[in-house]
Ligand binder design. Structure first.
Ligand code: UD1
Length: 417
């Protein structure tokens, strides 16, 4: 397995172009299951999770060409089963459940694996599908759902779940009658999916708020659509500028999707300006420590918590980072400590006392965003950092070492020893 080797200490400077959002591209690719004919999607990122989704779709009989643009045709859909082999590496595979039941009347989907960040159940997806009239059972590690035609209903989500909202929005688009989803997640990726479904002919109101109303239609048509820019990738490069005292122009990102991060980064002393060219981020010599609490959108994203923790390890003072979205999402803390960070975990909070410098070390990635935080730490650390289990980063960051090299980082990919 590849490693990433970094010699820290370079100030990052220049421009970086942000790729399409992985978490928007995945549901959008799967929404093509609701149509017959060629869909064309632009700005799809070239990532492992996208390749896994292509494999999953092909295993269902779907035709796919290219990556960006990506063309998908689900006319030949002839299989309702997403196997363990395909689903185990990517939790988002559960997103086939809603579209398959809606279009085929049944689905058999292996319970997902994906990032090892605490218990990540899919009970809310299942409950909502049952509310729409599906008969759901769990057998041999598979979720089996059946419904001749789903029926619209008012559904209340106990927790705002991102993929749960997306799954049920897709299912309800072809249901009979009106579905009201309450306490839905409000992430920009949900709005992007709703726009694509609407272009397909779905009748959806309220995406981006906590109540979404979907009036079911009999059929949806193929479309041509764009994937939004990846706010988590953009945020990671913004933090990289802060950690290295750099000056980066982030191109192609949407600043409105990054408001919680921009506010926090300004509080650390960074200079951030929004221009017609992109988001200009300039690091400050002194990094003020700030407290962070992760929350569903528009709160601070859990997918930037690890990167922000890496930043706070070299802050001036004390930072309390509280994770409220997932349990057990502090696995990066132990690795950061191996680089000299001073972190104490207390339940779902991490108390980070800034140190003057981090020291390069051999570290191991445990999940996607943890990998990003260790790369950031390596960029700011003295000496050599060697990151193993790089496959995690390839799931979600397109060509990260090339983009960072172009900004002046001393970073390269090397084969396993
Ligand atoms: C999505 C993102 C992921 C991000 C997360 C939170 C994708 C492909 N992934 O994941 O990158 O970290 O949102 O912003 O878009 N929950 C339940 N039961 C369920 C579903 C969720 O209890 O059936 C809980 C989860 O354990 C978690 C919370 O709800 O505590 C939110 O999770 P959710 O929004 O569902 O995350 P994902 O959609 O899996």
């Amino acid at each position: 397995m590849d490693r990433i080797i970094i010699y820290g200490g370079e100030k990052l400077q220049g421009e970086v172009f942000i790729s399409g959002a992985k978490n928007a591209a995945l549901p959008i690719m799967l929404s093509s299951l609701l149509t017959e004919g060629w869909n064309t999607f632009h700005n799809v990122p070239d990532l492992m999770d996208i390749k896994t989704t292509q494999k999953l779709l092909r295993s269902l009989g779907v035709e796919i060409e290219g990556v960006s643009p990506m063309r998908i045709n689900a006319r030949g859909l002839n299989n309702c089963e997403a196997s363990y082999e395909l689903v185990k590496t990517m939790r988002a595979s559960i997103l086939v459940l809603g579209p398959l039941v809606a279009r085929m009347g049944m689905a058999r989907v292996s319970l997902p694996g994906g990032c090892a960040i605490g218990a990540r159940p899919v009970n809310l997806h299942i409950k909502a599908l049952e509310d729409l009239g599906a008969k759901v059972s769990l057998k041999d590690g598979y979720v089996e759902a059946k419904a001749k035609r789903l029926k619209g209903k008012t559904i209340y989500f106990d927790i705002p779940t991102v993929t749960g909202t997306e799954n049920i929005m897709m299912a309800a688009a072809l249901a009979k009658g009106t579905t009201q989803l309450k306490n839905t997640a409000k992430e920009p990726e949900i709005v992007n999916l709703a726009e694509v479904l609407t272009a397909m002919g779905a009748k959806i109101q309220g995406a981006g708020t906590d109540t979404i109303v979907i009036e079911g239609v009999d059929r949806l048509n193929p479309v041509e659509a764009d994937v939004i820019p990846d706010r988590i990738e953009a945020g990671t490069y913004m933090i990289a500028a802060g950690m290295t005292g750099g000056n980066i122009l982030i191109k192609g990102a949407n600043p409105y999707h990054l408001e919680s991060l921009i506010t926090k980064l300004r509080d650390t002393g960074m200079e951030i300006s929004i221009t017609s060219e992109g988001i200009r981020v300039i690091g400050n010599k002194t990094i003020n420590s700030v407290d962070i609490k992760t929350l569903p959108y528009p709160g601070f994203p859990t997918d930037l918590q690890a990167q922000m923790m890496a930043f706070m390890t070299i802050g001036r003072g004390l930072s309390v980072i509280t994770e409220t979205v997932f349990e057990n999402r502090f696995m990066h803390a132990g690795e950061l400590m191996r680089m000299g960070a001073d972190i104490r975990i207390q339940g779902n909070s991490a108390v980070v006392r800034g140190v003057p410098t981090l020291k390069g070390a051999q570290v191991m990635a445990t999940d996607l965003r943890a990998s990003a935080s260790l790369i950031l730490a390596g960029l700011a650390a003295e000496g050599k950092t060697e990151l193993s289990r790089v496959y995690h980063i390839d799931r979600g960051y397109q060509e990260i070492e090339k983009k960072l090299s172009a900004l002046g980082a001393d970073i390269k990919r090397a084969p396993a020893k």
